[in-house]
Design a protein around this ligand. Structure first.
Ligand SMILES: Nc1ncnc2c1ncn2[C@@H]1O[C@H](COP(=O)(O)OP(=O)(O)OP(=O)(O)O)[C@@H](O)[C@H]1O
Ligand SMILES: [Mg+2]
Length: 350
């Protein structure tokens, strides 16, 4: 059972003038599994926020359905298990940080004492301990991001949905939030996040989905992507000159300071190469797989429209565009403008 499941979910935004199509997302079929951190990636305007809002019930899908723990995503029981950090959170400016968290705690029926304890704990968790009595109106962007994350955790949710959680944070803040997300995972929570910061995604996510122009190009495990991206292996040695290394058959040998560097094309050639170099008197000082980063992979996917599998999926999901229209007709969807139900604190996906 997926914790969060999109089943053929699409969203069509139309201009209110003549019903012209502006943007189509999906149909998306995607499952986020128990205990994983799933990164949802895509360039600006790809549809990440739209997907997350559909998951939270802040937008209504044109077709398809979203399930949370196998229950309709907008059911009371599903909402109880979810925490959400919107892309640009807006909070009541006149509240202090503690009051804000207690305000959300109230919605989940926490008792007065429990609410206070939870608020203080969350402030500590997101690094805002000294700012409990500071007004939200005085908060910097990074502090707002942190308090936003704290409010997403008020109900100790099993599923945490985060839209660009690292945005607006300095490198130390990003690291703290990464650690916090990893900590959630270690407690068995499931995290679905969107991000532009691929380095962060590479460090913490188990799987990624790459979205471009409303279509999922590929869903892959991060480890698989990184393994697939190993281009060659660099072996750094001492005690052997470049020319001797070349004589041994390492044609591309070069020098790096006092060291000699040779490259082998595949990981399974590494042992043989090391034995050959050692037999000639070399001392191995480093073996470094040269791999493409997630960023390289992401860029190639976006530029190429996905790999073979991705393309097949791409074609498959592109196909039903006409069906999407008939679905829309069948469900009699409304125009896009009124579909943003609410992004105000009182109604954030609860
Ligand atoms: N309420 C709306 N009405 C009409 N079009 C919309 C609406 N909300 C989003 N869109 C359009 O949907 C597309 C996807 O937007 P979305 O905000 O989901 O992208 P994103 O991937 O989150 O981008 P970013 O990385 O900039 O946050 C954009 O073309 C956007 O203009
Ligand atoms: Mg967005």
């Amino acid at each position: 059972m997926s914790v969060l499941r999109f089943e053929g979910v699409s969203k069509v935004f139309r201009s209110s003038l003549r019903g012209k199509y502006l943007y189509t997302l999906g149909p998306i079929t995607l499952g986020v599994e128990q205990g994983e951190i799933f990164g949802y990636l895509g360039p600006n305007g790809a549809g990440k926020t739209t997907t997350l809002k559909l998951a939270m019930g802040l937008l209504r899908a044109t077709s398809g359905k979203v399930l949370i723990f196998d229950r309709p995503h907008d059911s009371r029981s599903a909402r109880k298990c979810v925490g959400f950090l919107p892309e640009q959170p807006y909070f009541y400016q006149h509240l202090t940080a503690v009051e804000l968290l207690e305000f959300y705690g109230d919605m989940f029926g926490l008792s007065r004492d429990e609410n206070r304890r939870r608020a203080l704990h969350l402030l500590e968790l997101v690094g805002l301990r000294e700012f409990g009595n500071a007004m939200i109106s005085k908060f910097s962007k990074g502090m707002l991001q942190r308090i936003g994350l704290a409010q997403a955790l008020v109900n100790d949710p099993d599923l945490v949905v985060l839209d660009e959680p690292m945005s607006g944070l300095d490198p130390v803040g990003r690291r703290e939030i990464r650690d916090l997300i990893l900590d959630l995972k270690s407690k068995g929570k499931t995290v679905f996040l969107s991000s532009h910061i691929l380095q962060d995604v590479e460090m913490i996510c188990d799987r990624v989905g790459i979205l471009s122009a409303g279509r999922i190009l590929e869903i892959a495990s991060v480890a698989e992507v990184l393994d697939r991206g190993v281009r060659s292996v660099e072996i750094q040695i001492e005690g052997l000159t470049v020319s001797v290394a070349r004589d041994l058959g390492f044609a591309g040998a070069s020098s790096l300071g006092d060291k000699t560097v040779v490259n082998v094309a595949h990981q399974d050639e590494v042992n043989g190469a090391i034995m050959k170099l050692a037999a000639a008197g070399a001392r191995v000082v480093a073996v470094i797989p040269l791999r493409a980063t997630l960023e390289d992979y992401f860029m190639s996917q976006i530029a190429g429209g996905g790999n073979q599998e991705g393309r097949a999926f791409h074609t498959q999901v592109r196909g039903p565009r006409s069906r999407e229209r008939s679905d829309r007709g069948a469900t009699g969807r409304q125009s896009d403008r009124e579909e943003l139900i609410s992004n105000t604190p009182g109604k954030m996906g609860r």
